[in-house]
Design a binder for this molecule. Structure first.
Ligand code: UDP
Length: 402
């Protein structure tokens, strides 16, 4: 990981200086991020880049991951689905599991941290030890809680309320918890392996290794195998598109250690696509940043057919690579994808198929959308911008009494 100054050519000198100024004002602060997985999913992706960047700017930062068993992650995945409005069955045993694992992780909290940041709902139970702790606590909600199941919210929200403030990606996600609120969409790191420029030779080598021919345009979705990413819907849309324009589909993704449903969803998709030589289902290990980078770059169109989406970093990544994106207009995707300008929105399978055909038949349209997309990301969703917003929030929080 390099330095904030490495981003000067992308974001300009002024922003870089502002970051160092803010970091100096926060000098000596200890910050602890806590989440539930080191790899897989958007939160790990963000922390992997943000933490070293905060350290480089001069802050004392640590990142800890709560330890849970399989049962705990089944419960938190159910909660995750419940946040997204999926009907779920909650039992007293599930709540006991959550409380038990939370208790087992109390010691993870740094007793000297000036800021404890709990990412999403999995570590929220640690807020039980907020009273008596000398730091400020922030709950960072990365998902869309608008249709959260009432029972799950009633169980978890008292811990969110114990935090001094909450951070949401967009104002539409705000919940009335009676404490301070901040809004901050996440960002991608343009210099990370996943997003850096790659040479034509590197692209060829990766595509050969993955065994994907390059004689037809590729429609690509990169996502964890999760029903909320609707991979089966992508296959259906693709089959409609292929009747009109010859093309191939790549569905690529791995699992996350806090997502036990992934294997089952992957199997469903493999079954659906079996015997179809135009569909490539790739199970990616966590070390696949270059592969993801290349797949997003070679795509004629990137799709993201999410039913719900907290933000949708895969959309940001593809947009940064100047790819035309067709995505469902849900959650955080709506602040990235301006329909007809930085991509095309498609609310149904039929709409998605039509949008894909439109772009595949009109490369100039794809080119225009892709260029606008990159500029939109450069101005709004790039790591240094995100870091500056973080430093502003921490500075604001520091001005309030603990
Ligand atoms: N990702 C990955 N490997 C995979 C699937 C996804 O590294 O097999 C990355 C993807 O590139 C993106 C993040 O995980 O950076 C997913 O974030 P997003 O906000 O799109 O969705 P989430 O998984 O958090 O719901």
């Amino acid at each position: 990981m390099g330095s904030v100054r490495d981003y000067q050519s992308i974001v300009g000198d002024q922003l870089v200086e502002e970051i160092y100024d803010l970091a100096r004002q926060l000098g000596g602060c200890r910050i602890q991020h806590i989440n539930s997985t080191l790899v897989g999913g958007g939160v790990a992706e963000i922390l992997k880049r943000l933490v070293p960047m905060m350290q480089e700017a001069g802050l004392e930062v640590r990142w800890d991951v709560i330890k849970g068993d399989e049962e705990f992650f089944r419960v938190t995945k159910t909660f995750h689905n419940a946040f997204h409005g999926v009907p779920v069955q909650i039992t007293p045993a599930m709540l006991d599991t959550y409380r038990r694992i939370s208790r087992e992780n109390y010691d993870l909290v740094d007793p000297r941290a000036d800021f404890v940041i709990l990412h999403d709902q999995q570590p929220l139970g640690l807020a039980e030890v907020r009273p008596g702790h000398p730091g400020r606590w922030l709950w960072y909600c990365h998902i869309d809680p608008v249709d959260v199941d009432r029972e799950v919210w009633d169980f978890l929200s008292p811990w969110a309320r114990r935090c001094d403030a909450a951070i949401y990606h967009i104002p539409a996600y705000a919940r009335n918890l009676g404490h301070r609120q901040y809004f901050m969409p996440p960002a991608i790191d343009p210099l990370a392996e996943k997003n850096r420029e790659v040479s034509a030779q590197e692209i060829d080598a990766v595509m050969e290794r993955l065994g994907i021919p390059n004689d037809l345009p590729l429609v690509v979705q990169i996502s964890r195998f999760d029903r909320l990413k609707d991979p089966l819907g992508v296959v259906q849309a693709f089959r409609l598109v292929r009747q009109e324009v010859p093309c191939r589909l790549v569905l690529a993704g791995g699992g996350a250690s806090d997502d036990p449903e992934g294997i089952q969803v992957l199997q469903e998709v493999q079954q659906e696509a079996a015997h179809d030589p135009d569909i490539f289902i790739l199970e990616l290990p966590p070390t696949s940043d270059l592969e993801i980078n290349v797949l997003q770059r070679v795509a004629a169109v990137v799709v993201q057919k999410s039913i719900r989406e907290g933000f949708g970093l895969t959309v940001t990544e593809a947009m940064w690579k100047s790819r035309p994106v067709v995505a469902s207009p849900v959650g955080g995707i709506t602040v990235q994808l301006i329909p007809g300008e930085t991509g095309l929105a498609a609310a149904t399978t039929g709409e998605m198929a039509r949008a894909l055909v439109r772009i595949l038949r009109d490369p100039a349209l794809g080119e225009k959308l892709g260029q606008n997309a990159r500029e939109h990301v450069r101005k709004n969703f790039i790591l240094p911008i995100y870091l500056k917003r973080w430093l502003e929030i921490l500075t604001a929080e520091k001005s309030y009494p603990v």
